[in-house]
Design a protein around this ligand. Structure first.
Ligand SMILES: *Cc1c(COP(=O)(O)O)cnc(C)c1O
Length: 354
C-alpha cells in the first residue's frame, strides 16, 4: 500500500531530492567519495554552497544587499540570535502560536518586547488590528503557524524592519524579500532534512549593537566566511540544493503556490462539507501548509476511530499536535495532490459508514 506522508516536520521532500542525495552519499560529484566524507572546503562542496545561494536568490528574487546563510542550531536558535544581533532596546512581536511564543520569550532577554497576541482565541486567527510601534527596532512574525494552522497571506508593510520565521512556508509562495530585514527557518519542513537553518539577512541592518555577540551567534561571522566559519551541515545543504532544483524545474515558487492553493482548497472544501469534521481556524487565515481539523463536538468519540481508519488506508502523520488535538495534514510543496485526494476519499468513506 502507498503511504501518504502528512508529517509536519521533518516531512515529505521531493523524491528527486531524496534520490540525488542518496546517490551523492555513495559517490559525490564523481569524486568516488561519500558526500558525508568530503571536506566542506573541497571545490566540489564549495560549488554546492555557491549554487544553493544562487538558487535561493533566483527563486525568491532576493535583491542585492542580502546574505544567505546556512547554519546549525535550528530555527529555535534564531529566536535568540535575531534579537541579539539587531535589538537595541525594544521589539514588537506578533504572537500567533507555539513557535512565536518561544521567540517572544527569548527576545525578552534583550530588552522590552511589545506583544500583540491571538491567544485570546486560542491562536485560531492572525491579529489584524494593531499599530506597529515606530520606536521598536524591528517587528517579528511567524508567517506560517505550523502547530495551529494559520498563516499570513501577504507581506506586511511596516515602518520598522520585519523579521519572519518562515520555517514552514518558505518556497511555498512568492514573497517580496525587500520587505523583510531577516527571514529564517529550520529547513526540515519544506526544504531539506533536519540539521540546517537558513537565514536571509539584509546586510545593512547588522553591525549596530553595543553588546558583545558571541562569535558563533553573530551573523557577521557567517557572512564573512560564507557560512563556512565552522563546519556547515553538509548533507542537508546538498539536499536543500536538490529541492531547489526540483522547484525550479517545476515552475518556481509561483507554480508551488498554485499547486498549494489547489491542494489546500480541495481539503478545506471537504472539511467544510463533511458532516463529521470542522476546521479549527478563521477561514481567511487558513494555512496552505498545515491544515488543522477536528471532529465536530457531536462526533468527538469517533476521533480515534478515524485516525485508525485513515492510518489503515495509508495516511501517515495526520494526528494533530498534542496541544491542539484532532488532525493536522501538512501539505508541503512535495506532497502530491494524490495524497490529498486519498485523505479526502478516506474522510468521505468514514462519513458514509458513520
Ligand atoms: C518547526 C518550527 C520551528 C522550530 O524549528 P527547529 O529547527 O526545530 O528549531 C520554529 N518555527 C516554526 C514556524 C516551525 O515550524
Amino acid at each position: 500500500m502507498k503511504s501518504h506522508n502528512f508529517y509536519a516536520g521533518p516531512s515529505i521532500l521531493p523524491e528527486f531530492a531524496v534520490e540525488e542525495t542518496v546517490k551523492a552519499i555513495q559517490n559525490f560529484a564523481g569524486t568516488g567519495l561519500s558526500l558525508m566524507s568530503v571536506s566542506h572546503r573541497s571545490k566540489e562542496f564549495i560549488a554546492v554552497m555557491d549554487e544553493v545561494q544562487e538558487l535561493f536568490k533566483e527563486l525568491l528574487k532576493i535583491p542585492n544587499g542580502y546574505s544567505i546563510l546556512f547554519l546549525g542550531g535550528g530555527a529555535s536558535t534564531q529566536f535568540a540570535m535575531v534579537p541579539m544581533n539587531i535589538m537595541s532596546k525594544k521589539a514588537f512581536y506578533l504572537d500567533t502560536g507555539a513557535w512565536s511564543t518561544k521567540a517572544v520569550k527569548e527576545a525578552k532577554a534583550f530588552g522590552e518586547v511589545e506583544v500583540v497576541t491571538s491567544k485570546d482565541k486560542d491562536f485560531t486567527y492572525i491579529p489584524k488590528d494593531y499599530t506597529i510601534p515606530t520606536d521598536a527596532d524591528f517587528m517579528h512574525i511567524t508567517s506560517n503557524n505550523t502547530v495551529r494552522g494559520t498563516a499570513f497571506h501577504t507581506d506586511i508593510d511596516s515602518p520598522i524592519p520585519v523579521v519572519a520565521d518562515m520555517s514552514s512556508d518558505i518556497f511555498s509562495r512568492p514573497i517580496d524579500v525587500s520587505k523583510y530585514a531577516i527571514i529564517y527557518g529550520g529547513a526540515q519542513k519544506n526544504l531539506a532534512p533536519s540539521g540546517v537553518t537558513f537565514v536571509i539577512v539584509k546586510d545593512s541592518i547588522l553591525g549596530k549593537m553595543e553588546r558583545h555577540i558571541p562569535t558563533m551567534l553573530n551573523y557577521e561571522t557567517h557572512i564573512k566566511k560564507d557560512s563556512m566559519f565552522n563546519t556547515p551541515p553538509v548533507v542537508p545543504i546538498f539536499a536543500a540544493l536538490q529541492t531547489l532544483k526540483w522547484i525550479k524545474k517545476n515552475g518556481g515558487v509561483e507554480a508551488m503556490q498554485k499547486m498549494n492553493i489547489e491542494k489546500s482548497d480541495l481539503l478545506y472544501n471537504e472539511i467544510d462539507r463533511n458532516k463529521l469534521f470542522r476546521g479549527t481556524v478563521a477561514k481567511e487565515d487558513r494555512s496552505l501548509m498545515n491544515i488543522c481539523f477536528v471532529m465536530k463536538d457531536e462526533y468527538k468519540e469517533l476521533e480515534g476511530g478515524f485516525l485508525k481508519f485513515a492510518t489503515e488506508k495509508g495516511m501517515v502523520g495526520i494526528k494533530g499536535h498534542r496541544s491542539v488535538g484532532g488532525f493536522r495534514a501538512s501539505t508541503y510543496n512535495a506532497l502530491p495532490k494524490e495524497s490529498v485526494e486519498a485523505l479526502i476519499a478516506a474522510m468521505k468513506e468514514f462519513e458514509k459508514i458513520n
